[in-house]
Design a protein around this ligand. Structure first.
Ligand code: SF4
Ligand code: MSK
Length: 638
């Protein structure tokens, strides 16, 4: 078994000396992990079970007769529905915040990007010129429709009404494809609830039907989750622009009050950043030089992208800021918050402050609602400031940190490109894809997974892609990993990009007063995968080539959350070849139908395809082969 090679080993040693159990220890205690859980051949959808598939002993059905394929497909659908529910609930919070602003109930928030709000209203069919609150009211109404529309439920041909946010974001060609497949979602909550319903005992027993519904849930995630959240977060907090910042635990500061924001919802982290600035004086009163806000996971990416807040860790290392002994508070909201944080914090002075959905026994709970945002954020920051005096003596902040450039929203990418061609900003990118200077574009996204034991799978795979002149865009925890490896610095282009990619990125960089553009573009948090689709759609429309035919691919090289799975399924529905590592739970040997559909047949259905590769080299190989195949089909230079 390979040894854990995660960075910050000194902190791991410190934790060991101080008898603090971390994720790595708990992971080892779980070995060997349940083979049925790993291969997907386990069903506990009713309590006649659990049932297991043991193909080599001829057990290929559950007690009720559900086949291996049905069990695997049902599990997949349930996982995706859970993942999508997280993103949809996140988006709902943002819609309701805009609604609260309209009704004067969210005094701490304002509409920052009025032009973006008007553009959304225009896309929804109402190019309002009137007061901005009227525009917001209309946009909220249309958004809430995506949570309550019922028309079309019984429409046999699948031609009923469907998600507004899908209509305004997906290409016409994709909408036609999904209409034919009858997978256009009616409303987000309805589809998630139906996914639960159809997977209960004695319901849908057709693996093909179950997989189609899984694709539908992918669309729910992509549009009523990711796009809706990103769109309205940009409206409230602004579209990200280029920022320089730093990543890794070295961004913590010994003589400052350190506050980590962790989770996903910027409604909270934006307020913490604001109040940390306002309460600097209070920090000085307790002997600190000021307040240092640092990011963990996706809410960290949100404030990195918009304010340049340094990013401390991805999910796997989220316990480590506490082990430094210099973290006054970790403020958490929703998703990817390890319950262990409070156990670790109880060995130090750190306060874990829960605020929204993620609640942990022993943590301080300060309820956060948009109506009381300022009051709660002030209380949270003061809680951290007042905890500064409780620090112990044994402090270890690792020195490691790396610079990065972030803020690559699509608007930023186009603005950067416009320095080369003001009239037609996309042309330089398109020309270089056509002439092969850029072989293709790959989105490397998703989580870190402790199963990979710090092998740096993502980093190794990305480096191979760069060497082959592939431009990489990244989000979420993998974006942090790439930045930590130095791949989001201009210097990385010189070191890792192939010759022609290097030339393109240097030309764009020089036009923008930089030595070059980094070869891995940070496009934001997990919900900002929506930005990647906007970029792809822009390219597809310009080239007049449907998404499945483009020389592009996606990879979730270390996925672990149900959210990452549902985002990946959305990518498959979009017609994008998508690599997953570890292999999703579809490997039980008798689930051949599910495996064949996802890895082969899907290509002729949506154009997408599940790519497998369990080493960085194999993963890069299948991705490169796919891109080259697409280039050949389009008659582009190899
Ligand atoms: Fe077993 Fe069927 Fe119940 Fe699943 S639903 S636990 S396969 S009896
Ligand atoms: S935080 S979903 S571990 S990327 Fe978005 Fe990271 Fe995956 Fe959570």
């Amino acid at each position: 078994m390979p040894k854990n090679t995660f960075v910050n080993k000194r902190l791991l040693e410190k934790a060991k000396k101080e008898n603090v159990e971390l994720i790595f220890d708990r992971f080892e205690k779980q070995q060997p992990q349940c083979p049925w859980g790993l291969d997907g051949g386990c069903c506990k959808n009713c309590f006649q079970g659990p049932c297991r598939i043991i193909s080599n002993k001829g057990v290929v059905k559950g007690i009720c007769g559900a086949t291996s394929d049905v069990i695997v497909a049902r599990n997949l659908l349930r996982m995706c529905a859970a993942g999508a529910s997280s993103h949809v609930d996140h988006a709902r919070e943002v819609v309701l915040t805009l609604d609260a602003i309209v009704h004067g109930k969210a005094p701490g928030y304002r509409i920052k990007d009025k032009a973006k709000l008007r553009a959304i209203a225009k896309a929804l069919g109402k190019p309002y010129k009137g007061p901005i609150k009227k525009v917001a009211e209309f946009v909220v109404k249309e958004a809430l429709e995506d949570f309550r529309r019922q028309h079309g439920v019984f429409h046999i041909k699948g031609e009923g009404e469907y998600l507004n946010w899908l209509k305004i974001n997906a290409t016409k060609e994709r909408q036609e494809t999904w209409k034919k497949l009858r997978i256009l979602p009616i409303n987000a909550d309805l589809e998630i609830s139906r996914a639960q319903h159809v997977t209960t005992i004695g319901n849908d027993a057709d693996p093909v039907s179950l997989l189609l519904q899984t694709l539908k849930i992918g669309l729910v995630d992509g549009y009523a989750g990711l796009h809706l959240a990103t769109n309205l977060q940009d409206v409230l907090f602004g579209v990200p622009t280029l920022v320089k910042s730093e990543v890794n635990l070295g961004v913590m500061k010994e003589d400052y009050v350190n506050i980590a924001v962790h989770g996903h919802v910027p409604l909270l982290s934006e307020k913490i950043v604001e109040w940390a600035k306002k309460l600097e004086k209070e920090a000085k009163k307790v002997g600190a030089k000021g307040i240092n806000v640092i990011g963990v996971c996706c809410t960290g990416h949100e404030v990195l992208m918009r304010h340049g807040i340094p990013h401390a860790t991805h999910i796997i290392e989220s316990e480590l800021p506490i082990v430094t002994g210099a973290l006054e508070a970790m403020v958490v909201d929703t998703q990817c918050i390890y319950p262990s944080l409070q156990d670790v914090a109880s060995c130090y002075h750190t306060k874990i402050i829960t605020t929204m959905i993620a609640k942990i026994p022993g943590a301080v709970h300060i309820p956060f609602k948009v109506e009381n945002a300022d009051k709660a954020a002030r209380q949270i920051v003061l809680e951290a400031v007042n905890n500064f005096k409780n620090r112990g003596k044994n402090i270890l902040i690792p020195k490691e940190k790396t610079e990065l450039i972030a803020g690559f929203s699509v608007e930023t990418i186009l603005s950067v490109l416009s320095k080369l061609n003001k009239k037609d900003p996309l042309k330089p990118l398109i020309d270089n894809i056509i002439n092969g200077n850029i072989l293709g574009i790959v989105a490397v996204v998703g989580c870190r997974n402790v199963k990979l034991r710090g092998e740096k799978f993502a980093e190794k795979m990305i480096k191979i892609l760069l060497k082959n002149n592939v431009l990489v865009v990244a989000t979420g925890c993998i974006a942090h990993a790439a930045a930590q490896e130095g791949l989001m610095r201009p210097e990385a282009t010189e070191r890792f990009a192939g010759k022609t990619l290097k030339a393109v990125l240097t030309a764009i960089g020089k036009a923008n007063g930089l030595p070059c553009i980094p070869p891995v573009l940070h496009m934001g948090s997990c919900v900002d995968n929506s930005r990647i689709e906007v970029l792809i759609n822009t390219i597809a429309n310009k080239l007049k080539v449907p998404i499945p035919k483009l020389p592009i691919a996606a990879s979730a090289p270390e996925w672990m959350t149900e959210k990452a799975l549902s985002i990946g399924i959305w990518a498959l529905a979009l017609g994008i070849a998508t690599h997953f590592n570890p292999i999703p739970p579809i490997t039980t040997s008798s689930a051949e139908v599910v495996r064949k559909i996802l890895t082969q047949d899907l290509e002729s259905i949506t154009g997408g395809k599940l790519l497998l590769g369990t080493t960085p080299e194999d993963a890069a190989k299948v991705i490169l082969e796919h891109i080259k195949k697409r280039r050949k089909e389009l008659g582009l230079k190899q």
